[in-house]
Design a protein around this ligand. Structure first.
Ligand SMILES: [Zn+2]
Length: 204
């Protein structure tokens, strides 16, 4: 494993500001990566120490109500001991056909932060239709490997993209299907007619 989330993304995870789908992708990587786990632990401890140094302040009268209202927002739980999303968890669920050799399984459909979580499965050697994004994209490889304009990604690796990234990921030609957990915000900007045709059907 050589491709890790950026420090900014790990800190956003610690601060609890990532959308829930993006948090799940980071938690998946953390379960597999001791280096990033150590970084998250340090950042969490540092955050706690900073809070301890603060002078006590009176709480607002509605603090409890506001805290309760935030239940269900992106979680700030510590890194998990096991991988939160594995291919085996979804072995019996249905994949959507979205192109030759390409299948998609929606896991979280567009939440209130306009983010979604999908599994994408690409047969060896096949390319995803080229696309750009209107928001951020966070990918963790669960099985197989792929490459795009930014490099090669193997199991456990994380790829990060934003609205400037326009890429055409290709699954490695040998081995098993490449299966990725992908969190996105905004919409895909598909180049091909086929992708544009399928896009409304699966909602990406
Ligand atoms: Zn890492």
């Amino acid at each position: 494993m050589t491709r890790h989330p950026s420090e900014a993304t790990l800190l956003a995870y610690v601060a609890g500001t990532l959308p829930a789908p993006h948090s799940i992708v980071i938690r998946t990587h953390l379960a597999l990566c001791g280096d990033c786990r150590a970084l998250v632990r340090q950042a969490t401890e540092l955050g706690g120490a900073l809070l301890e140094d603060q002078a006590p302040a009176a709480m607002a009268g509605d603090a409890l109500a506001r805290t309760l209202a935030r239940l269900g927002e992106p979680d700030r739980a510590p890194p998990p001991a096991r991988v939160p999303v594995t291919v085996e968890d979804f072995a019996t669920r249905r994949w959507w056909w979205i192109g030759p050799g390409i299948r998609l399984m929606p896991l979280i459909r567009r939440d209130r932060s306009d983010a979604r979580l999908d599994l994408i499965r690409v047969a060896p050697g096949l390319a995803m239709p080229g696309h750009g994004h209107t928001g951020s994209e966070l990918t963790c490889v669960l099985q197989g490997a792929f490459s795009d304009e930014t490099g090669e990604y193997h199991a456990g690796d994380v790829a990060e993209g934003d609205e400037d990234l326009d890429h055409c990921p290709v699954a490695m030609p040998t081995g098993r299907d490449c299966i990725c957990l992908i969190a996105t915000t905004g919409r895909l900007r598909a180049h091909s007619w086929l992708a544009r045709l399928v896009q409304p059907l699966v909602g990406v």
